[in-house]
Design a protein around this ligand. Structure first.
Ligand SMILES: [Zn+2]
Length: 115
Protein backbone atom coordinates (compact mmCIF):
# COMPACT_ATOMS: atom_id res chain seq x y z
CA UNK A 1 0.00 0.00 0.00
CA UNK A 2 0.96 3.64 -0.20
CA UNK A 3 0.55 5.96 2.76
CA UNK A 4 -1.59 8.48 0.92
CA UNK A 5 -3.91 6.15 -0.97
CA UNK A 6 -7.49 6.49 0.24
CA UNK A 7 -8.58 3.15 -1.25
CA UNK A 8 -5.75 1.36 0.59
CA UNK A 9 -6.96 2.99 3.80
CA UNK A 10 -10.52 1.84 3.14
CA UNK A 11 -9.32 -1.70 2.34
CA UNK A 12 -7.32 -1.69 5.60
CA UNK A 13 -10.32 -0.36 7.53
CA UNK A 14 -8.30 2.70 8.55
CA UNK A 15 -11.05 5.10 7.56
CA UNK A 16 -14.78 4.66 7.78
CA UNK A 17 -16.63 3.71 4.64
CA UNK A 18 -19.83 1.93 3.73
CA UNK A 19 -18.35 -1.49 2.98
CA UNK A 20 -20.77 -3.89 1.33
CA UNK A 21 -18.33 -6.78 0.86
CA UNK A 22 -14.80 -7.63 1.95
CA UNK A 23 -12.58 -10.70 1.81
CA UNK A 24 -8.84 -11.38 1.81
CA UNK A 25 -8.45 -10.13 -1.77
CA UNK A 26 -10.94 -7.34 -2.42
CA UNK A 27 -13.04 -4.66 -0.73
CA UNK A 28 -16.31 -3.23 -2.05
CA UNK A 29 -17.85 -0.02 -0.73
CA UNK A 30 -20.42 2.58 -1.70
CA UNK A 31 -19.11 5.74 -3.36
CA UNK A 32 -19.54 8.79 -1.12
CA UNK A 33 -20.68 10.78 -4.17
CA UNK A 34 -22.95 8.34 -6.01
CA UNK A 35 -23.93 9.12 -9.60
CA UNK A 36 -26.49 6.32 -9.72
CA UNK A 37 -28.82 4.61 -7.21
CA UNK A 38 -26.30 1.77 -7.00
CA UNK A 39 -22.70 3.00 -7.15
CA UNK A 40 -20.27 0.57 -5.57
CA UNK A 41 -16.49 0.53 -5.99
CA UNK A 42 -14.73 -2.82 -5.89
CA UNK A 43 -10.98 -2.57 -5.36
CA UNK A 44 -8.14 -5.03 -4.76
CA UNK A 45 -6.84 -4.92 -1.20
CA UNK A 46 -3.29 -4.66 -2.51
CA UNK A 47 -2.28 -1.40 -4.15
CA UNK A 48 -2.38 -1.58 -7.94
CA UNK A 49 -2.33 1.84 -9.55
CA UNK A 50 -4.50 1.03 -12.58
CA UNK A 51 -5.04 -1.43 -15.40
CA UNK A 52 -1.74 -0.09 -16.77
CA UNK A 53 0.06 -1.74 -13.84
CA UNK A 54 -1.55 -5.18 -14.10
CA UNK A 55 0.58 -8.16 -14.94
CA UNK A 56 -0.08 -11.84 -15.51
CA UNK A 57 0.06 -12.71 -11.80
CA UNK A 58 -2.95 -10.43 -11.24
CA UNK A 59 -5.25 -12.34 -13.60
CA UNK A 60 -6.96 -14.37 -10.86
CA UNK A 61 -7.44 -11.21 -8.80
CA UNK A 62 -9.06 -9.37 -11.72
CA UNK A 63 -11.36 -12.31 -12.25
CA UNK A 64 -12.28 -12.22 -8.58
CA UNK A 65 -13.16 -8.51 -8.86
CA UNK A 66 -15.73 -9.42 -11.52
CA UNK A 67 -17.25 -12.37 -9.68
CA UNK A 68 -17.57 -10.21 -6.55
CA UNK A 69 -19.22 -7.54 -8.72
CA UNK A 70 -21.69 -10.14 -9.96
CA UNK A 71 -22.55 -11.21 -6.40
CA UNK A 72 -23.03 -7.60 -5.30
CA UNK A 73 -25.34 -7.02 -8.29
CA UNK A 74 -27.40 -10.00 -7.14
CA UNK A 75 -27.45 -8.68 -3.56
CA UNK A 76 -28.50 -5.21 -4.76
CA UNK A 77 -31.32 -6.70 -6.85
CA UNK A 78 -29.98 -5.27 -10.12
CA UNK A 79 -28.48 -8.36 -11.71
CA UNK A 80 -31.36 -9.24 -14.01
CA UNK A 81 -32.24 -5.72 -15.19
CA UNK A 82 -28.60 -4.93 -15.78
CA UNK A 83 -25.74 -2.75 -14.66
CA UNK A 84 -22.41 -1.39 -15.83
CA UNK A 85 -18.89 -2.26 -14.74
CA UNK A 86 -16.41 0.52 -15.45
CA UNK A 87 -12.67 0.66 -14.90
CA UNK A 88 -11.39 4.20 -15.23
CA UNK A 89 -7.74 4.21 -16.26
CA UNK A 90 -5.50 7.26 -16.17
CA UNK A 91 -6.40 10.96 -16.21
CA UNK A 92 -8.03 10.82 -19.65
CA UNK A 93 -10.00 7.79 -18.52
CA UNK A 94 -11.54 9.71 -15.64
CA UNK A 95 -9.47 8.03 -12.93
CA UNK A 96 -9.22 10.27 -9.85
CA UNK A 97 -7.88 7.83 -7.22
CA UNK A 98 -4.89 5.92 -8.53
CA UNK A 99 -5.81 2.54 -7.11
CA UNK A 100 -7.47 0.17 -9.57
CA UNK A 101 -11.24 0.53 -9.21
CA UNK A 102 -14.09 -1.44 -10.71
CA UNK A 103 -17.23 0.69 -10.55
CA UNK A 104 -20.58 -1.09 -10.37
CA UNK A 105 -23.30 1.28 -11.54
CA UNK A 106 -27.06 1.03 -11.98
CA UNK A 107 -29.56 2.48 -13.02
CA UNK A 108 -29.80 6.11 -14.03
CA UNK A 109 -26.43 6.54 -15.76
CA UNK A 110 -27.55 3.88 -18.22
CA UNK A 111 -30.07 6.29 -19.80
CA UNK A 112 -27.19 7.64 -21.91
CA UNK A 113 -25.46 4.57 -23.31
CA UNK A 114 -21.91 5.05 -24.50
CA UNK A 115 -20.99 3.87 -27.97
ZN1 LIG B 1 -3.98 2.00 -2.88
Amino acid sequence: MTDSCVFCKIANNEINSNIVYQDEQVTAFRDIHPVAPTHVLIVPNKHIESVNRLNSEDEALVGHLFTVARQIAVNEGIAENGFRLITNTGPDGGQTVFHLPVLLLAVQIMTHPLG
